[in-house]
Design a protein around this ligand. Structure first.
Ligand code: PMP
Length: 304
């Protein structure tokens, strides 16, 4: 395949039918989003946010992009902003992996760290304050921008339907950070087939199931407030997965399938396996693996 630039490789990722024992003779299909050029599902968002803002004249060649992010959105945005030669400032709570922050810097972005104790809310406030100070700045605000779920509604969801055109889809299982991935895909799949069950995944310490917010090791998912995008979609179930269960799956698929997945993928797999126990036999479950373990080596993801 001859390409002219790396941006052409965003999207059209493979989907794998996992060759592992699944309860009730069900099958699990996982979209491998680590195969995007910036290494995660959020390259799609970066590309969409920048081109959307450009088309709507919200930015021009003199704009500065500012965004609060756990990391992958920052990489996706920095990659897309580079194409338009726009300076980018990313506000990242310091707890997020060093690899992600190094990649953002390598792409030319400026990183501003906020205290881990303030969580993503602290990063959001800081990004807003910077945007108020810096002239001609643009804050895409993934946590509230309808372009976020729209990205996945327009790109990833139709790919799933096309990839699995010969299969009935019974359930869709995915994690939520900003909630954009889950909301966009759940909306598309519900329109495609209203019988598909939508199951959202969160780590312990996230508030969807009503628990108090606290720190967790699973990175990229977990919310401190209910994503606004969830108002317009139907959610059948919220599964809360412990860090231990997520990391166990991370190790399991490396050892058995040669697949390097991050902890949010591990949580999605743990939740998919749990769902297989309650869904009718021979159900087809679709899930998303947002990124790879390779950007979490400094967090000792394999525990060795
Ligand atoms: N997994 C990882 C590794 C991520 O970086 C993100 C984005 N924060 C997600 C899952 C969740 O995606 P979303 O923000 O669309 O809910």
């Amino acid at each position: 395949m001859l390409i002219k630039n790396i941006h052409q490789l965003v999207g059209q990722t493979p989907i794998i039918e996992l060759q592992i024992p699944v309860p009730n003779q069900s099958r699990i299909f996982a979209k491998l989003e680590m195969f995007n050029p910036g290494g995660s599902i959020k390259d799609r968002l970066g590309q969409f946010l920048i081109s959307d803002a450009w088309q709507r004249n919200l930015i021009n060649q003199n704009s500065t992009i500012i965004e609060p992010t756990a990391g992958n959105t920052g990489i996706g945005l920095a990659l897309a902003a580079q194409q338009y030669k726009l300076p980018t400032i990313l506000v990242v709570p310091e707890k997020f992996s060093a690899e992600k922050q190094q990649l953002m810097k390598a792409l030319g972005a400026t990183i501003i760290n906020t205290p881990s104790s303030e969580g993503i809310k602290g990063a959001i406030s800081k990004a807003k304050a910077l945007a108020a100070e810096i002239e001609n700045s643009y804050l895409p605000m993934q946590f509230a921008n309808p372009a976020n779920p729209e990205t996945y509604y327009q790109t990833l969801a139709p790919e799933i339907v096309k990839d699995l055109k010969n299969e009935k889809i019974d359930a869709f299982v995915a994690g939520a950070g900003s909630g954009g991935t889950f909301a966009g895909i759940a909306k598309y799949l519900s329109e495609y087939d209203a019988t598909i069950k939508n199951i959202v995944v969160e780590p312990e310490g996230s508030i969807l199931n009503g628990g108090p917010a606290h720190a967790h090791r699973t990175e990229g998912i977990g919310v401190e407030f209910v994503p606004p995008f969830f108002e317009s979609i139907h959610i059948d179930k919220t599964l809360t997965i412990s860090d231990d269960s997520a990391f166990q799956q991370v190790r399991y698929v490396a050892e058995n399938l040669g697949l390097f997945i991050g902890s949010s993928s591990g949580a999605a797999l743990a939740a998919s396996l749990q769902m297989a126990e309650t869904l009718p036999p021979q159900s087809n479950i679709v899930t998303i693996f947002p990124d790879s373990s390779e950007r979490y080596m400094s967090t000792n993801i394999y525990g060795n």
